[in-house]
Design a protein around this ligand. Structure first.
Ligand code: NAP
Length: 280
């Protein structure tokens, strides 16, 4: 079998055009998304470029703010408080990585729940348990949307999530559970990873280790969502799933790049419109 590709760029285009159409109902009112960066990071620059393009496409004004690398936590939190209180700001986005002295969770927790467009504030994370997140984590939402694009019936499907981070693994596991998949979450202490992955009708991998999953670990016909972003020895960007061997076995697969990444950015734009009051 040769897997069909779950094309994240095409899906993101479609999602952005839906968002653009919905945004019209807000008229000329500016929708402002503030991106806060502490220090200067080349990786953040790449993400920011994609976010800016998507924002312009949807009709969102992305405002870049920078604080110095040695900014104190109190300074960062102080700026977040001002942005929370600023009626002209719909959403607040914190670029990562943050300097080691700044605890990401503390910063995210300081953002007002309804401006937390990354969906990582503890109260938005908690709402996932109740199946009612207004603003859900973008990458997990993107992964779910890509799985749904495959047309697989989630109810009763064996779903295996590799990686249990707060930002990706745990929320996607919860989303799949809400859709009544039978969910297994694997992590660094999982004894025989392949034994689990080979059972999966839906396999989501979010670890950050190139080649962790190979074709031999995949159930024929499975939907494979590769969230990992790694730099290969030749400088190219690869996922956690060995693409060539896996695409021969899977039914559907996301490429890296061009899979989860662009849809994640579209979800960020969706959350921003939601933060601005739209029901999208
Ligand atoms: P993270 O916080 O480092 O979490 C990685 C997870 O993988 C942890 O739960 C870890 O378990 C687990 N793990 C480590 N080694 C493992 C192994 N050998 N077998 C099974 N599980 C293992 O990373 P993250 O933020 O979730 O990101 C994961 C990857 O997704 C990264 O490559 C990141 O760049 C990428 N990412 C992509 C997007 C996108 O939009 N495409 C967005 C976010 C992240 P322990 O904690 O127990 O060690």
């Amino acid at each position: 079998m040769t897997a069909r590709i779950l094309d994240g760029r095409a899906l993101a285009d479609k999602l952005r055009s839906e968002l653009r159409a919905a945004r019209v109902s807000l008229g000329d009112r500016p929708i402002r998304l503030v991106s806060l960066e502490v220090g200067h990071n080349p990786a953040a620059k790449v993400y920011l470029r994609g976010q800016r393009r998507a924002a312009e496409d949807v009709g969102i004004e992305l405002v870049e703010e920078h604080l110095p690398q040695d900014a104190a936590l109190a300074t960062v939190l102080g700026r977040i408080t001002q942005l929370n209180d600023d009626q002209s700001v719909a959403g607040i986005l914190v670029q990562r990585p943050l300097p080691p002295s700044i605890e990401a969770r503390e910063v995210q927790g300081a953002i007002k729940r309804h401006k937390d467009v990354e969906g990582m504030n503890p109260s938005n994370m908690g709402a996932i348990l109740y199946h009612e997140p207004a603003l859900a984590p973008c990458t997990a939402s993107a992964a779910l949307r890509l799985i749904q694009e495959s047309g697989i019936d989630l109810a009763g499907a064996e779903a295996v999530v590799v990686g249990h981070s707060e930002i990706v693994g745990k929320p996607i596991a919860m989303f799949l559970l809400h859709h009544l998949s039978t969910v297994t979450v694997c992590h660094v202490k999982t004894r025989n990873l392949a034994e689990h992955t080979r059972r999966a009708d839906i396999l989501v991998v979010a670890v950050g280790k190139a080649g962790l999953v190979t074709g031999r670990m995949i159930k024929p016909g499975a939907v494979v969502i590769d969230i990992g972003i790694n730099t290969a020895a030749d400088g190219s960007v690869v996922g956690d799933v060995e693409y060539a061997s896996s695409a021969e076995i899977a039914g559907w697969i996301t490429p890296v790049p061009g899979g989860v990444g662009p849809v994640t950015v579209a979800m960020l734009m969706r959350n921003t419109l939601r933060a601005a009051g739209l029901n999208v």
